[in-house]
Design a protein around this ligand. Sequence first.
Ligand code: ATP
Ligand code: MG
Length: 562
Amino acid sequence: MDNEKVNFIYEEINQDLQEGKNNKKILTRFPPEPNGYLHIGHAKSICLNFGIAKYYNAECNLRFDDTNPAKEEVEYIDSIKEDIEWLGFKWANQPKFASDYFEQLYLWAEKLIKNDKAYVCEHTPEEIAAQKGTPTQPGTESKYRNRPFDESLELFRRMRKGEFKDGEKILRAKIDMASPNMHMRDPIMYRILHQVHHRTGDKWCIYPMYDYTHGQSDFIEGITHSICTLEFEVHRPLYNWFLEQILEGEPQPEVKPRQIEFARLNLNYTVMSKRKLLELVQKGVVQSWDDPRMPTISGLRRRGYTPESIKMFADRVGVAKRDNVIDIALLEYCAREDLNRTAKRVNAVLDPIKLIITNYPENKTEMLETVNNPEDESAGTREVPFSRELYIERDDFMEDPPKKFFRLGPGRETRLKSAYIIKCEDYKKDEEGNITEIYCTYDPETKSGMPQSNRKVKGTLHWVSAKHAIDAEVKLYDRLFMDPEPDGHKDKEFKEFLNPESLKILKGCKLEPQLGSAKPLDNFQFQRIGYFCADKESTKEHLIFNKTVGLRDSWSKKSKKQ
Ligand code: ATP
Ligand code: MG
């Protein structure tokens, strides 16, 4: 196992194996609620649950936790499956749904009622809240708490039949209103909701609560280790209590699930709650769930992140028992690390200015060999066309450059990548003083790769041949929020910290001809600029590229300047 992967959860599992628990079986699960797209936090949980399964040569279930009829949508289910598969993980058999267990959960609820461990309560939500007490003060018992169990049973059956309105009655576990753990103070097991469910239709008008559903679903599936985030630590006694009740009077089962908690991933400059992400989509702050500025897995994919970079990130972040905040620069670093190894180097001029080589023949085109990836010899070489008229980046030329500027300026020499050394002889301006053309001469003796070409100059520029170049739209992204903790302010809403410059669209960028055949999501390094990928909507007729990350961490420079 990688060193980075060793964490306390593996230690716990090893111990369970040693003790021969669960007949030495391992089965994990990833249990998303289908009420939004998955985000990078979920990716951490996916890597952990599927990673454990892989390590122990076991399996991991995908279970949709669809107990909430109002919120779930098929679009979310499809996107969740797509994202997990894209990350490279395979769930065991078919995806599972908590709603598949509604009948069994109902039967167990009847068992609890018959054993005097649950009762139908008729207080209003306000009354129940008032009776709950505080962490330091015990709650007050419901006046329905001690009604005969057969009365509760009859009412519960009538609840199922639809004889009552929403909120009129609930089923509560009968535990302890004085427990120091608020979750043990007669928690709600079922509520009435006259709503159609995306899978069970109108079969049910009572729906089980998360706490009652989750552990029992784990048990039904034979999950051995139910790994969840820290906020569920205080729910663990309830998780175990429900299991105990449903197993009451039964022989000891072969597999009994165990809940283990770990710290959720928090990223600075990011909001991660699905509710907030949904708000960004609904209010049109971003274009969609997969907008490349979103921390969703689909957004990161569209931005150019690879599954490897996300898995590398999950490994680096590790699994801790205490909450912490990870610097988003680490995620960007992982993208750079992976893309540096794999992305083809290409030439793209984002802010083009024409450069004319006055001593180069007018109709000549030369094909010059260039390496595809200096980090990966097996990526080979390709030929790029060179001719008299080229485009270079506007900011690679200065009329009056300082000494340390190793690019072009009047009378200065520089190398064109994989081509020749050129010298700037003159330039032209329009009426407003904008430079429109640069005139250079080239030295035919300095062709890259030729034995006589070892004359050295400082600075190498990227370029594209004007008549061969293709046009593209390029989208530059910056962080969506300007504040490291956008949802950490009491008096301000997270949306107040949106970065107004998170998206910049450049049109008329000039790319080397090969990029015309780029397929959606193909990754490239635009030399000297950064990593880019073809957008999922990019076509031959309308090329669109998204910037993934720069070659360096530009934010660390910014914050040093401040
Ligand atoms: P959110 O709060 O973003 O809406 P959630 O916890 O309600 O997320 P679920 O769909 O219930 O979302 O999550 C599925 C699984 O992913 C759960 O096991 C949950 O613990 C885990 N998970 C969710 N967010 C994170 C996170 N930031 N870091 C690690 N795991 C997470
Ligand atoms: Mg949840």
